[in-house]
Each structure stands twice: as C-alpha cells, then as structure tokens.
Design a protein around this ligand. Sequence first.
Ligand SMILES: Nc1ncnc2c1ncn2[C@@H]1O[C@H](COP(=O)(O)OP(=O)(O)OP(=O)(O)O)[C@@H](O)[C@H]1O
Length: 745
Amino acid sequence: MQNDAIAEEQDHLDRLHDVIRSQSDLEERRSELALRAFDGDDDSSFSERDALVAHHRQRMVELRSSSYGLLFGLLERETDERHHIGRIGLRDPESGDQLLLDWRAPASRPFYTATPLRPEGLRLRRRIGTAGRRVTEVHDEVLDTTMLSDDEPSGIGESGALLAALGRARTKHMADIVDTIQAEQDAIIRAPLPGTLLVQGGPGTGKTAVALHRAAYLLYEHRERLMRSVVLIVGPNSTFLDYISRVLPSLGETAVVLVTPATLVPGLDAHAEDSLEAAELKGRLRMADVVARAVRERQVPLDEPVTIRIAGDGPLRVTPGVLRRIKAGIERSGTPHNEAKLRFDRAVLTHLIGLEAKRDGFEPRTGEDADERRQELSEEPAVEELLDTMWPILEPAEIIDRLFTDPELLARVAPDHTEEERRLLLREPATGTDGTAATDWAVRLTPGDIALVDEAAELIGEDQRPELERQRRAAYERRHDVEYARSVLEMIGDISIDDEAQDDDYLRSAQDLADRQTMEDDRSPAERAASDRTWVYGHVIIDEAQELTPMLLRAVLRRGPNRSMTLVGDINQQSTSATRSSWQELLGPQLPRWTEELLTVNYRTPEQIMALADPVRLELDPDSPAPVSIRRGEEEPVQLTVEPTALAPTAVRAAVDAITAHAGIAGVIAPRSLLAEIDTLLADAGADRARVWTGTARESKGLEFDSVVLVQPAALGGTGHAALSLRYVALTRATQRLTVVDSSS
Ligand SMILES: Nc1ncnc2c1ncn2[C@@H]1O[C@H](COP(=O)(O)OP(=O)(O)OP(=O)(O)O)[C@@H](O)[C@H]1O
C-alpha cells in the first residue's frame, strides 16, 4: 500500500520536474523576446517592457529555485478533488490542469490548518517526503470526523514530518519550513497586508521563520503591488542576514531588500562599535533635536557684519540680521537645507544687487538684467565664499561624525545632555597612519550613528544643483539638436518645416527620447529601492524588533509611512542597556496602534536545555509565558567547571568533540576577551571552520547550532538586565546539545 502510494507520487514528481524544465526554458526565451521586441520602433513604453522582462525572469528564478523539495503534500477533498501542494504553482502546459498548488494559495491553507475536529472539507492529508528528486515516504492522515472521538489529538503539531525537520542537522543557512508550517504560525503568515502586526514569541518559536514566510506569502498574494513597491526586511546584523539570505530565494522571492541598522542608509555600512551606553544615548528620541540643531548651526554662522569687496567697486556690507531673515523664511517653508541652497543664494544675491544700487545711487536692476547680475556676482570669489560659508552644502554622515568628534560643537547643540553623557558620546577623531587626522569619517561610523545620519539626511535633503545643471544642459543640447535637424531638413528641402505641427511633433519626439533615456533604468525595483534612501516600501518586516532604539524605529517608520508592517521579537531577549520592559513602552510613543499575536511553542531548543534557561527567563520577567519545547532532547546539558586558564582549551575540546561525534554545526559562544584564544586553538586543532562558529552572545542572536558550547555565561557582556538577556539568548541557541564551561573563580 505504502509502496503504491510512493510510486504514485514519484510519477507525479517526475512529471512536475519535466514541466519545470520546459517552463523555465520557455520563460528564459520569453524574457529575451520581450527585451528584443521593444528594441525597435515599437512605441510601447520602456516601463511596460521592463515589467514584462522582470515578470518572466522572476518566474524563471522561481521555477529554478523551487526544485528542491518541490512537492510535499496532497489534499484529498470531500468533493473527491485531489490537489498536490508544493513550493510553487504549476499547470500542465497542454491541458491547463493544475498539477501543483502553491503553498501560499488559499486552497492550500487546509494543509496547515485542518484538524480532525475541523477538517475544512478534507478527507485526507498526505505528507510526501522527498530526497532530491526521489519520493522517500508518504504519510496519510485521515480527517474523517465520523471515525474520530472528541479527545482525538487535534492539529498536526507533532507529526513525524515536523519532528524529522526539527531533528535535522543544521547548516550555516536557515532552511524554509513550507512543508511543516504550524497552524498558529500560518495565521500570522497569512494575516492581511494593511496595518501593523506585532509577533511576540520566546526563543525558537519560529519568529524569524514566520516573518520570512510572511514576506513570501505577501509577495504572492499582493504580487502586483509589492513587486513594484518592494518589501523591506530589517535584521539585527550582517551575520544574521547571511544566515537567512537563502530562505527567500528558495521561496522564490526577489522583490525584497535586506538591511541592518548599520546599512539602513544606502551607500553606508557602519563598522565601528559604540559602548553600550553610547549606543543607548544615541538611540534616544531627543537626539532628533540635537541633530536638528547641528544642522541649523551650519546655517548663517555670523555674528558681526561682513564686508565684501568686488574688484574695482566699493565695499558692500552684509549684516547678520538680513541673512537671518532669509534663513527664517526658509525655515518657515520647511524646505530641507540642501534643497534650499538655491533659494538662499538667490535671496542673498538679490540683496547684494540692492546694496550695489544704493551704493551707486541707481534703481535696483530687475528682470533679465537682475538675473545676469546675479550670475556675475555668484562667480565673484568673495561672494562665492560668503554663500558657501553661510549656507554650505552639507553631507549627513559628516555632520554626525563632527557632532561626536568636536566637544565644543556637542556642548552647543546638546545643552540638555549632562557632561557625563556628552563624554560618553564623544569619540576620538581617528588619525591616519602618518599621525594626521583621517578625513574619512566613514570608518568611524557606528550602527548607532546611522539612524542619526538618516535624521540628518531628512533635514538636509538633496543638493539639487547638479540635477538642475544636468537638465539645463539637456535642454540646451536638445535645442541645439532641433536647430541642427531643422537646418538639415531645410537644406534637403523635401520636408516643409514651416509646418508648425510637424515642428511640434519633432520636438515632442525629442522630448520622448529624453524621457525614455531617464526611464531606461534596467534595475529591478528592489535594486532601485536599495539605493534610494527615500523609497516608500509596500511592507516592512523587522526581526529582533525588541532591539529597536527609538531613533532607529523613527528611521524605519519613514520607510513604511502606510504602517503596513510586521514586527517580530521577544521582549526578554532585549540586550540594549535601556531596558524597555514592554512593547508599549518600546513602540508606543511612535507607533500608536498594532495587533499583537503570540507564538508559544519552542521548535528549536529541547526541554532539558530550556529547563536550564528558565530561571533566567523568570529573573527577566516572571510574568512572561514560558515557551513550551516541542521535544525532549536525547542528551542532557553538560556543565563543566575549570580553572580560568582552562576555559578556552576546554571549550575548544568540547566543540571539536561535538563535530566529530555528531552531524551539523557547533557554535562557541564566549566573552569577547576569549574569542581570539579560542580561534587560535581551533586552528591548532585543525577544526573544520565551516562547521564551527565562534562569536559573542550578541552576535549569536537569531542564530542556532546543533551543539552549543557556552563559555562563562555570567560574563557575556552588558550589565544588569542586558547581561541576563544575553545569557538567555546564548542558552537557547542549541537544537540538540549544550555544554556550559564556567570558571571556578
Ligand atoms: N513549523 C516549523 N517547522 C519546522 N521547523 C520550524 C517550524 N517553526 C520553526 N522551526 C524551526 O525552529 C527553529 C527556530 O526558528 P526561528 O529561528 O524562526 O525562531 P525565533 O523565534 O526567531 O528564535 P529566536 O528568537 O530564539 O532567535 C528554526 O530552525 C526553524 O526552522
């Protein structure tokens, strides 16, 4: 019977792979054809072409990346219909019959949610296990209510497929869970797009998995909209992004931008580190005022009148009052600093024209005459210097760097901070190798600076002059081209260019051409979004949301003004030094409304290891619900106490033993001060570094390992609540076994 079912599913899987192969070749050809079809004189727009090419390419990627674990389920409905469920949807190219239902389609939902008590129209649910292209097992569940009593277990929570998935050895990349999504997770994944959803869950409850599958689901369900507007995913650090990076393509999605707090602003990647205290101070909302003052400080820094001399003419005296009035006018208009540069310059130049007129006893110039004079004056070195000092073009990251390297500036713009706070915020200006001050502020930026850079960028805006200059040139060249075309056509004499309409047509097509060139941006929406700080995303997902500082939340909210967001996190795993003990305290001041969902089952950590972590949870928050481990491990945690000098050698031995005796990967989580020694000893022992990860508790956030070696749990960093929380994180990273190595003193 089982063998018949396996053979039957094998036939189906073979058929699916044939279809995938031919379909993906077809999509590739279609995308090439679409590219070529619009190459010629076709008047369809480029954006139409881009959309078509992107559509075919996306489908091709989807088809090619779905072949692993393509088929995993079958639903037999009471209506006698049978539907296979898999990673993507597929139809028979000839008959049009549905061969495979996408796991995200509404019709697939009962696969995850039907129970014997609520069978949702199902008669049978079959789980299909595969290895590569081979069907290895099938498991049928009969969902016929008439055959079951009331106390029959409901749900599919503890099915063999789930336990097999959880017991599998881990790799350095997270795997998707499309075949074993649980009902409580499914409800979150398929929640509606609008509004803010907050998912609280203890360690290992699948928050990250759910967040990523939700991204894939939303892109499926709202494809049109989100393929254009893109989904933003914010993760805690680059190791984490690397860990999850393969989940999305394997789900077939590419319209996603992944960032960390360090890379939120396009073009920047902050590598320097802040102390916990400095990070906390930088994260507070009052920094927004400090940044605003730091920007305003650069506008009209003038206390005394300034005298300008232009060769050959008498002096002109510009007073601070006049410049401040111009500044006040700009402030009232709300125009960002760099964008207001042209306006400021023009107002000052007009004032200078007035001063000249007064000095020379003439009427002030007006109209084109004034334009010409403004242009001349702006090229005078003395005037240029005045304009550049009074209203310099600003660079957001440079403003923030100066803020933390210039004590006097910081004292002026952060008067409400205490002296101690300012001391914590300041950093040494880095020096170059030759002892001179390094001018490259980029190397000094910390992740905590980036939200402040974003704040500054918002106030500063773009320097519009290069774009205006480009447009001016383009308009000139176009006029020149039209003139040239006109003279050529007149010379040939076979077209009457006196005909106004034709001239208009020519101009219109020249205009079209220019417009087309600007539209000829063949980057995908995700690539465009990734390079545009002001991009408005269709949906924003934040993982480890408990780590958001208020300033970071403010920067992220700018990217999702429609508040279509999913935040996942665990308030007990918050390791910032400013503990905000509830989501309300953390989000409330900036985000007034959200719907909260709770995840309760720990899919990662075996019961015995959770028992070791539980006292830490109780210390963190006795009222927080304990996540329930779904399984018991085969091994009890091991606790070793050694001399301080033996910490690193003992940890290395435990890690090497773990990867020798067991499949999968080991993680050594240790205080930063021990990591160099541990890495050296691992190298000496010839350990396979692809299978041993080392790092601090903070760096281990969101990651998991088959075996964890935890060194000195009381010294993992931070103080008070943050230290406890880091210990809780570290204790809950293992999927199979845990060794704790502590020192006797
Ligand atoms: N339904 C499921 N089927 C199979 N595996 C699952 C399921 N749900 C979660 N897992 C697995 O459990 C592990 C933990 O999931 P995940 O990392 O998403 O949890 P988390 O809540 O983000 O954890 P933490 O907050 O501790 O970092 C992962 O290996 C994930 O693949």
